[in-house]
Design a protein around this ligand. Structure first.
Ligand code: 5GP
Length: 175
């Protein structure tokens, strides 16, 4: 697949992604039984994952969104810009943050810091993808879909310079 000037090869199929999401949702349904969690999806990249995950969640729950940006084209800039902040009252809530991919972990560290001193009951993270070799922050991601190598991926919500989000599968940069 070509996105702008770059070639990408198939990496995770629609079936693999959907199976994994069912597994993650089963786990969350079990762990949060009898609670009413508040999901917070991190835009833009997690919009497809959040949508498919929520369809498999059978708990009484709410969803809200935060919009952050740390990536330019194919590199983490190190600074996380907040474009839409946390507007929800999270006091005494069980919060589950939905992320598309954890790379350096800068974004997640920044997000998790925002929940400090807000009196949340609990806060956990579900990330579809994680690049263990790239993570530089000491953060705990409780629910992980796939551990992937430190290579750039697009599709299923993830972009290359704004494009390539609109696919059912995930593609890896051709090296
Ligand atoms: P971090 O702050 O952990 O370094 O990066 C997290 C954010 O960077 C993700 O939410 C995502 O927007 C972007 N990102 C990190 N790795 C990739 C990648 O391989 N492909 C794409 N499209 N975005 C990525």
């Amino acid at each position: 697949m070509k996105v702008k000037d770059k070639e990408f090869i198939s990496y995770l199929s629609e079936g693999e992604i959907q199976n994994k999401i069912k597994g993650l949702a089963n786990q969350i349904n079990k762990d949060y039984k009898e609670t009413k969690p508040l999901f917070i999806a991190i835009l833009n990249g997690s919009f497809m994952f959040a949508s498919d995950l929520l369809k498999e969640i059978n708990l009484d729950c709410e969803i809200s969104f935060m919009k952050l940006s740390s990536y330019e084209e194919m590199n983490s800039t190190g600074t996380v810009r907040e474009l839409i902040g946390l507007t929800e009252n999270v006091f005494k809530r069980n919060v589950i943050i939905i992320e598309d991919i954890v790379d350096t972990g800068n974004t997640m560290k920044n997000v998790l810091e925002q929940f400090k001193d807000r009196g949340v009951k609990s806060v956990e993270v579900v990330s579809l993808l994680i690049k263990p070799e790239a993570v530089v922050n000491d953060i705990e991601i409780k629910y992980i879909g796939f551990e992937i190598p430190n290579k750039f991926v697009v599709g299923y919500g993830l972009d290359y310079d704004g494009f390539g989000r609109n696919t059912k599968a995930i593609y890896q940069l051709k090296s």
